[in-house]
Design a protein around this ligand. Structure first.
Ligand code: KMH
Ligand code: ZN
Length: 274
């Protein structure tokens, strides 16, 4: 089994300090939170940009400030920028972040109701538009699938040659409007992707650690972080992203799964070593 790649989704676009004060907004907070997550074992930081008051943005200038601040503290870490941004942003607004020449980014592979009345829009044309831009710029992408239909869409695009890079899926499960994160859901998705693909799980809310454990056992990879879940255990707010990563490391230790460094992660995901 490959070593375990841990991604930490440190802030997201929706979660706020009102519901967990540990959610980082400022460059200093993001850099420190990313650094602590990295020290605990995260090799990829999944990054959304926000202004100091927490408002999400995809502006390249803000991403540059955040990435520079993180890289001062942990130059090696892989920064995976979000091209999902926040619900309601236009596709060109979402793609402004590609102007900072990121090492890695997300590619959201389908539309879904997002947590209530919101709709996170990713039409087939949008996916193609995003993938082609990233192909042209040489940006490595992780394919975010919130349900099985998104995997089927992705498989069609792989066949058509639109999706070209190493196949790395992220099963984001437990969003209200998407697929749940029960064991049967995980197994169904895992069996639906090509044999040569890698995958990571991102369990939303109460699914965070149960899915992490399944992925650890089955050879997948794991994403945790305040973007996805604000609790360290039922009813107890987590103190930090670091604490969430540490809990995954403890689970990995239980199953004898070693943790991948950023260099090892680049090799597993067949990324060019930067
Ligand atoms: N904020 C969500 C609407 C991504 O990062 O690519 C979308 C999201 C996905 O978080
Ligand atoms: Zn995200």
């Amino acid at each position: 089994m490959d070593k375990l790649i841990i991604t930490c989704a440190i802030t997201g676009a929706e979660v706020t300090k009102e519901i967990n004060p540990a959610v980082p907004y400022t460059a200093e907070e993001m850099a420190e939170s990313a650094y602590q997550a990295y020290l605990a074992g995260a090799s990829i930081i999944h990054l959304h940009a926000r202004y100091d008051d927490g408002t999400p943005t995809q502006e390249k200038e803000r991403f540059k400030v955040l990435i520079d601040a993180i890289k001062v503290k942990c130059p090696n870490v892989i920064i995976q920028v979000s091209t999902g941004g926040a619900v309601g942003m236009s596709r060109d607004e979402r793609l402004d972040v590609l102007n900072v020449n990121p090492e890695m980014a997300t590619l959201d592979c389908g539309t879904l109701n997002f947590g209530g009345d919101d709709i996170f829009v990713n039409t087939e044309n949008d996916i193609k538009y995003f993938a082609e831009k990233m192909n042209n710029l040489g940006v490595r992408y992780e394919m975010e699938c919130f349900e099985k239909g998104h995997i089927d869409t992705t498989l069609r695009f792989i066949k058509k040659g639109v999706i070209k890079n190493h196949l790395h899926f992220s099963f984001v499960l437990g969003v209200r409007g998407g697929m749940t994160g029960e064991e049967r859901d995980f197994l169904f998705l895992k069996e639906s992707i090509p044999n040569n693909a890698t995958y990571s799980v991102a369990g939303i809310g109460r699914y965070e650690f149960s899915l992490a454990e399944l992925a650890i056992k089955h050879g997948g990879h794991v994403r945790v972080g305040l973007e996805d879940n604000i609790y360290i255990e039922k009813g107890v707010l987590t103190k930090s992203n670091r604490e969430l990563v540490e809990k995954v490391v403890n689970l990995a230790n239980k199953y004898g799964r070693e943790i991948a460094t950023p260099e090892e992660t680049r090799r597993i995901l067949e990324m060019e070593i930067k």
